[in-house]
Ligand binder design. Structure first.
Ligand code: BTN
Length: 255
């Protein structure tokens, strides 16, 4: 597979016609010690996984399904910014290679026309104070037609082809994501989180909106104010308390 590579991101690529999940495979080879920056790509996934235990429909070769293994020298609680970095890289790469402007719904949904174009599943292996590896799994609906999607998600999902009316180059888009992600990743390790948070905020469809946050078995309603430099979402809740949300599920009303 011929795509532009970075210095380390994508210097080692494992390519499959079919696999259960690129994230599951990436975790397996990361445990076995694969190189920092290894990328796992598959044309088709038979058991693609989404966040919070959901399924991720990726049974057609029209999408872009891949995972990146990184070994950042960060505290485990500070890795959320890597997910934000990946979503910024994706939005900018889509703009560059397809001329299409997408938004980001906190923390990791790629939104086009109010529908879900893609998502990011970040999985962490860490001990207290030390990150072993982070797997950043990215799924993008690229060249699917409406009928490629299961009936239940047709109202919610969209592909770049459905929006643009023509197929896009998956290789160009993937290459652009990898080179951009590497650049942003380097700046994060230098502690330059502000720049990435500002960019993320500029693309966000969450900030300034009324949100419903399901968090530790509780539901809060409030307004999303901003994102902290560690990637937490700051929500001014209706009960008067401002909370920093790092995990759990968030629903943006009105999307
Ligand atoms: C979400 O929005 O819930 C995240 C979806 C992440 C899907 C990608 S596709 C490549 C990688 N492998 C997986 O099994 N999941 C991620």
């Amino acid at each position: 597979i011929n795509i532009p590579k970075g210095q380390f991101i994508g210097s080692n690529i494992r390519y499959f016609e079919e696999i259960d999940s690129t994230n599951s495979y990436a975790k397996k080879i990361a445990n076995e010690g694969c190189a920092h920056g290894t990328v796992v790509i598959s044309e088709v996934q038979t058991m693609g996984r989404g966040r919070v235990g959901r399924q991720w429909q990726s049974d057609t070769a029209e999408g872009i399904w891949f995972s990146i293994v990184v070994r950042p020298d960060l505290e485990p609680e500070n890795i959320q910014v890597i997910t934000l970095a990946a979503s910024v890289a994706v939005v900018e790469a889509i703009k560059e290679t397809c001329g299409i402007i997408c938004g980001i719904k906190w923390p990791n949904d790629i939104i086009l026309n109010g529908r879900k174009l893609g998502g990011i599943l970040t999985e962490l292996s860490a001990e207290p104070g030390h990150v072993n590896y982070v797997v950043v799994g990215i799924g993008l609906n690229a060249n699917q037609d409406l009928e490629h999607f299961d009936y239940e998600i047709r109202q919610k999902a969209i592909s770049l082809k459905m929006y643009a009316g023509k197929s896009i180059s998956r290789a160009n888009l993937l290459g652009s994501i990898l080179t951009r992600f590497e650049k942003i990743y380097k700046s994060i390790l230098l502690g330059e989180n502000r720049d990435i948070i500002d960019k993320w905020t500029a693309y966000s469809v969450t900030i300034g909106k009324e949100v419903k946050v399901a968090y530790k078995d509780m539901e809060y309603f409030g307004k999303a104010l901003s994102v902290a430099s560690d990637g937490r979402l700051i929500v001014e809740c209706k009960d008067g308390v401002t909370r920093e949300i790092s995990a759990g599920e968030i629903q943006v009303r009105g999307l």
